[in-house]
Design a protein around this ligand. Structure first.
Ligand code: PLP
Length: 375
C-alpha cells in the first residue's frame, strides 16, 4: 500500500462493539479480570497496554515499514528509552550538531551512567569510522539536522554500525516517513518527536521508537515504556493518530512552501546564507536527492546580515509567522534558535529557524519581506 493509504488506515478498524467509524478513546487505567484471575482480552493495566496507544503504534510502525513501535510521552522519552538500554562502559556516537535536548539527556540525565560519549561530524563517514571503538554500541544520526539542516549518508552510517556490531538509530523528526525512511537504508531503528509533523497541530507532546527487527535495545526500551512509565495518555495517542491521516498532505505542502521560501530568501539582500537541502548550493543536496523524495521538508534556517539584535528584531516584526520554538504544525513558526538553546549553543547568533506551515506561500513571503525590509 502507498503511504497516503497507510496514513489513513494503518492501526485503525471500525469499532466492533458499536460500528463507530472514528476510533474510540480508551480512557481507562485498568481492565476487568475473570473470576479465575486472568485477563481474557489481553489488557491488564494501561501503563503496559492501551488500545488507543496500540492504534498509534501500529500506524507509526506501518509508516516506517518497521516491525514494531513504542509510543512515549515525549520525543526525549523515546531518546531516553534507547540511552538507558546501554551498559556502563559502552561507547555512544552522536552528531556534533545533534538536537540540543539530546545532549541534556546524555550529559545530564545520564551524567553518572558511566557511558563513553563522542560527538562527531556525522556528515563525514570517515570521521564516524575513525570514532568507532571496540566498545561502540550506538551510532545516532539526524538528517536533516537541527538547526543547520545538514545531511548525512544513511547507508554509509548503517554499514559502519553493522560492522562495529553497534545499533544505528535515526532521528527522523524533520523528514518524517513521508519524505525519507531511514530503515530502507539499513538503519536499525527510527525515533521521532511526534510532537512535530506527525501530530502536526502543535497540540500534543509525544515520541516514538520504531524498530526494523528484534534487538536487545528495543526490548529494553519496551521495558522502559512499561516500567519506566514514560507513556503518552490515550487522548494524546488519539490526537497523534488523527494527525497522521493528513501527514502526507501537510508535509508535502510545507515542503513546497519551504522550497519556495528558500529560493526567495536566497535572493534577498538582507540574507547572508540559507540552509535548506533543496537548494542546489547546499553541500548535502545530492545526497538529500538520493535519500529523500517528494520534497526536502518544511524546516529551513537562514542567517541574516547582522547579529543577534538584528535577528531578534526580524522576529519582532512578523505578523503571520508566530515566534515560538517547536515545529511541524500547520502554522508557520520563526525562532531565534541560539537563544532557545542557551549559552552552550553552537548555533550562529544571526540564524533564524523557520518551521514552514501549510498557509499560502505568498502570504508567508510577504510577511518575511516586510519583516526583513523594515530593518
Ligand atoms: C523536538 C525534537 C526532539 C525532542 O522531542 P520532544 O517531543 O520535544 O521531547 C528530538 N529531536 C528533534 C529533531 C526534535 O525536533
Amino acid at each position: 500500500m502507498q503511504i497516503e493509504t497507510i496514513a489513513v488506515h494503518a492501526g485503525r478498524k471500525v469499532d466492533p462493539a458499536t460500528g463507530a467509524v472514528a476510533a474510540p478513546i480508551y480512557m481507562t487505567s485498568t481492565y476487568e479480570r475473570d473470576p479465575d484471575g486472568k485477563w481474557p482480552r489481553g489488557y491488564t493495566y494501561s501503563r503496559e497496554e492501551n488500545p488507543t496507544r496500540e492504534m498509534l503504534e501500529g500506524a507509526l510502525a506501518a509508516l516506517e515499514d518497521g516491525k514494531e513501535a513504542l509510543a512515549f510521552g515525549s520525543g526525549l522519552a523515546a531518546v531516553t528509552s534507547v540511552v538507558q538500554a546501554m551498559e556502563p562502559g559502552d561507547h555512544l556516537i552522536f552528531p556534533d550538531d545533534v538536537y540540543h535536548g539530546l545532549r541534556k539527556v546524555v550529559n545530564g540525565v545520564f551524567a553518572k551512567a558511566k557511558l563513553e560519549v563522542s560527538f562527531v561530524d556525522i556528515t563525514d563517514p570517515g570521521a564516524v569510522r575513525a570514532a568507532v571503538k571496540p566498545n561502540t554500541r550506538l551510532i545516532w544520526v539526524e538528517t536533516p539536522s537541527n538547526p543547520m539542516l545538514k545531511i548525512c549518508d544513511l547507508a554509509a552510517i548503517a554499514g559502519i554500525a553493522r560492522k562495529a556490531n553497534a545499533i544505528s538509530v535515526a532521528d527522523g523528526t524533520f523528514a518524517t516517513p513521508v519524505l525519507q525512511r531511514p530503515m530502507d537504508f539499513g538503519i536499525d531503528m527510527v525515533m521521532h518527536s511526534t510532537t512535530k509533523f506527525i501530530s502536526g497541530h502543535s497540540d500534543v507532546v509525544g515520541g516514538v521508537l520504531i524498530t526494523k527487527h528484534d534487538n536487545y535495545a528495543f526490548e529494553r526500551a519496551r521495558n522502559f515504556q512499561h516500567y519506566g512509565g514514560a507513556i503518552p495518555s490515550p487522548f494524546d495517542c488519539w490526537l497523534a493518530r488523527r494527525g497522521i491521516d493528513t501527514l502526507p498532505l501537510r508535509v508535502r505542502q510545507s515542503s513546497a512552501n519551504a522550497m519556495a521560501l528558500a529560493l526567495w530568501l536566497q535572493a534577498h539582500p538582507a540574507v547572508e546564507q540559507v540552509h535548506y537541502p533543496g537548494l542546489a548550493s547546499h553541500p548535502g543536496h545530492e545526497l538529500a536527492r538520493r535519500q529523500m523524495h517528494d520534497g526536502f521538508g518544511g524546516m529551513l534556517s537562514f542567517q541574516i546580515r547582522g547579529g543577534k539584535a538584528e535577528a531578534l528584531a526580524v522576529t519582532g516584526r512578523v505578523r503571520v509567522f508566530t515566534r515560538a520554538t517547536s515545529l511541524g504544525g500547520t502554522h508557520s513558526l520563526i525562532e531565534h534558535r541560539a537563544s532557545t538553546e542557551g549559552p552552550t549553543s553552537r548555533t550562529p547568533q544571526n540564524l533564524l529557524r523557520l518551521s514552514v506551515g501549510i498557509e499560502n506561500v505568498q502570504d508567508l513571503t510577504a510577511d518575511l519581506d516586510a519583516a526583513l525590509n523594515a530593518g
